[in-house]
Design a protein around this ligand. Structure first.
Ligand code: NDP
Ligand SMILES: O=C(O)CCC[C@H](O)\C=C/C=C/C=C/C(=O)C/C=C\CCCCCO
Length: 333
């Protein structure tokens, strides 16, 4: 008899998540049936969407999330024993799956050959965040050689890759994030051209110094007043803004107030577009293969912030929301 540890969504978040909002329980799993397989979580992801989507999630259910799991029993030939899968099984250690899509989430996928790279990357640079960065830059932002690009959430899973991909495209990249240590990593190790600490610098003033002629492309991971400042005061005419996330407001009890951006969009005739990684589901492997190639060529670096122990999922999640992560935040079971 297999016993799964599962985090259930006990109470709707009210502001910043509290430990008592989720409940760790044990579930006895039945024997697998024909067409099913049993998978044991090896790495689990903690992502901002888990906070952003919370108001729409049902209470009493397993909390949402992606994981890399090892198939330990199988009566489904597409998911043989020993293979690793990446799937939205949620915050749980063991899962019985029929390999089909859970409505509203992604379909379980056997990990492609990562050529010796760690399987955990399926939650980061070789998974959803990596593809958000890759397609967000190539399809939405479309930076040209010589462009100046600003990216917020710059030291996180998506932002750290966005900046590097823009460097690969020949751009000047300005990263905006929440600590000088993050800035040092971005500039010294990832090759960003400059860094702004939004917690200690005046973002408008610092951006004027870093990009006196203005910004051609802005990849927005945070929303709020920082984005209003960039859009209203720093974009060049006909610039593009890719709206990827608005984490600055996810934990707020009331919708955050920020200076309206319409004036800036109009004055500079900007093209501003929201994006959601799932729109590229039909060409998902293109992003994974390109990011993998850039890693192998030494042109794309990744970093993971690893929390040990399934019991520490909540801590890893809230540490990430507070900015404790460099690159992708994951949990190792
Ligand atoms: N559209 C899509 O398909 C996707 C969108 N996203 C979005 O992209 C963004 C980044 O996601 P991801 O890379 O996974 O997460 P990160 O790895 O960037 O982690 C979240 C980071 O957000 C920063 N942060 C927290 N609070 C604030 C705040 N008030 N203002 C500014 N920054 C803050 C913290 O860094 P710091 O120290 O800099 O504050 C923290 O490390 C999120 O908004 C997310 O919702 C992510 C994946 C897919
Ligand atoms: O309120 C909002 O909508 C804000 C959303 C913020 C969020 O972080 C943005 C994007 C989230 C991306 C999540 C990607 C995932 O991998 C998990 C989510 C969804 C998978 C859905 C698959 C549907 C296939 O049809």
């Amino acid at each position: 008899m297999v016993v799964a540890k599962v985090f259930k969504f006990e109470k709707q978040f009210d502001g910043f998540p509290q430990e008592t909002d989720l409940k760790l329980v044990e579930e006895q799993l039945p024997e697998i049936k024909d067409g099913e397989f049993l998978a044991e979580a090896v790495y689990l992801s903690v992502d901002p969407y888990m906070r952003a989507y919370a108001p729409r999630l049902p209470l009493g259910e397993t909390y949402v999330g992606g994981q890399v799991a090892k198939v330990t029993e199988s009566k489904n030939p597409k998911f043989p024993v020993g293979k690793y899968v990446v799937a939205h099984f949620g915050w749980r250690t063991h899962t019985i799956s029929d390999g089909k899509r859970t409505p509203g989430w992604t379909i379980p996928m056997v990990l492609p050959d990562f050529g010796g790279l760690p399987a955990s990357l399926a939650l980061g640079v070789l998974g959803m965040p990596g593809n958000t960065a890759y397609f967000g830059v190539t399809d939405i932002l479309q930076p040209q050689q010589g462009h100046t690009v600003a990216v917020t959430g710059a030291a996180g899973a998506v932002g750290s890759l966005v900046g590097q991909i823009c460097k690969i495209k020949g751009c000047k990249v300005i990263g905006i994030a929440g600590s000088d240590e993050k800035g040092k990593w971005l500039v010294d190790e990832l090759g960003f051209d400059s860094f702004i600490n939004y917690k200690s610098d005046d973002v408008g003033k610092a951006l004027k110094e870093a990009a006196p002629q203005g910004v051609d492309r802005y990849f927005d991971n945070v929303g709020g007043e920082i984005s209003s400042t960039i859009i209203n005061q720093h974009m060049k005419n006909f610039g593009r803004v890719a709206v990827c996330g608005c984490i600055s407001g996810y934990n707020e009890k009331e919708p955050p107030k920020a200076t309206p951006i319409q004036k800036g969009v109009l004055r500079h005739q900007l093209r501003m577009q929201g994006l959601h990684s799932t729109r590229w589901e039909d060409k998902w492997m293109e992003g994974i293969l390109q990011n993998k190639k850039w890693i192998e060529e030494g042109r794309l670096k990744y970093r993971e912030t690893v929390t040990e122990g399934f019991e520490n999922m909540f801590k890893a999640f809230t540490d990430m929301l507070r900015g404790g992560n460099f690159g992708k935040a994951i949990v190792k079971v």
